[in-house]
Design a protein around this ligand. Structure first.
Ligand SMILES: *[C@@H]1O[C@H](CO)[C@@H](O)[C@H](O)[C@H]1NC(C)=O
Ligand SMILES: *[C@@H]1O[C@H](CO)[C@@H](O)[C@H](O)[C@H]1NC(C)=O
Ligand SMILES: [Ca+2]
Ligand SMILES: [Ca+2]
Length: 217
């Protein structure tokens, strides 16, 4: 992991935009259309909820083909890291990436109800159907995975304390040679708990950590 992906790791813990959760909450019968453009011969490692994905994706408006997002140019050619299945990207993409394997390429068509809805979000206009060209490069068991939860849960009581989360962040930082002040870790932990500790009891349960749909538990 580079410093970039460490920062992404932090972001992954922090980011859960209210906007996307709003869409999450809206039930919809509209479907995501998936076309597989390239399937590697070995497709054994499939994307699971909570995985950290490394992908290039370009977004187009279906109505006229206008490109509104390009990970290749938007981030100086760097692929984008994000967590699968937790609402970090629009719901339609979460659905469209399901069971994808590294090396696979897909064209994913997302109806507005599973993208930016009736309001749109600049530069996406209202009621826009979107088309994404996605190339999945790597899949890693992510910060929202049960593996990550177990790693953080030092005393194995299926609950994360602030101290456990902080220790984990420090360990990750050390592994990556990222130097940060104590206050930085405290701030991140405070923010993670503010966003995730729904019952405000000062600890994170598995459910609050968003990995509760895994079978392994
Ligand atoms: C397929 O890929 C997986 C993981 O990348 C590897 O563990 C497995 O041995 C591969 N299988 C074949 C048949 O090459
Ligand atoms: C978007 O679609 C909704 C429902 O079909 C409609 O009520 C609304 O007027 C549309 N908005 C725009 C800006 O086209
Ligand atoms: Ca614990
Ligand atoms: Ca809690």
């Amino acid at each position: 992991m580079s410093e970039r992906s460490f920062l992404c790791f932090i972001l992954c813990l922090q980011v859960l935009s209210a906007f996307v959760s709003l869409i999450w909450a809206t039930e919809s019968t509209d479907e995501v259309k998936i076309e597989v453009l390239f399937l590697p011969e070995n497709c054994t490692q499939k994307v699971r909820k909570g995985d950290l994905l490394h992908a290039h994706y370009d977004g187009y408006l279906a109505k006229d083909g206008t490109q509104f997002y390009c990970s290749r140019s938007a981030q100086a050619g760097k692929p984008h890291w994000f967590v699968h299945g937790v609402g970090e990207v629009i719901k339609g993409l979460d659905i469209g990436l399901k069971d994808m394997c590294p090396g696979e390429k897909r064209k994913i068509t997302v109806p507005p109800s599973l993208a930016f809805g009736e309001k749109g979000k600049d530069p996406v206009p209202p009621n826009a159907t979107l088309i994404f060209d996605v190339e999945l490069l790597h899949v890693r068991r992510g910060p929202r995975s049960i593996e990550a939860f177990k790693e953080m849960d030092l005393d194995n009581d299926k609950i994360l304390t602030k101290e456990e989360v902080k220790q984990h962040l420090k360990m990750e930082a050390k592994k990556l040679n990222v130097q940060k002040e104590e206050s930085y870790f405290n701030d991140v932990v405070t923010d993670v708990f503010r966003r995730n500790d729904q019952d405000a009891d000062g600890t994170l349960s598995i459910k609050e950590y968003n990995v509760y749909e895994h079978d392994e538990l």
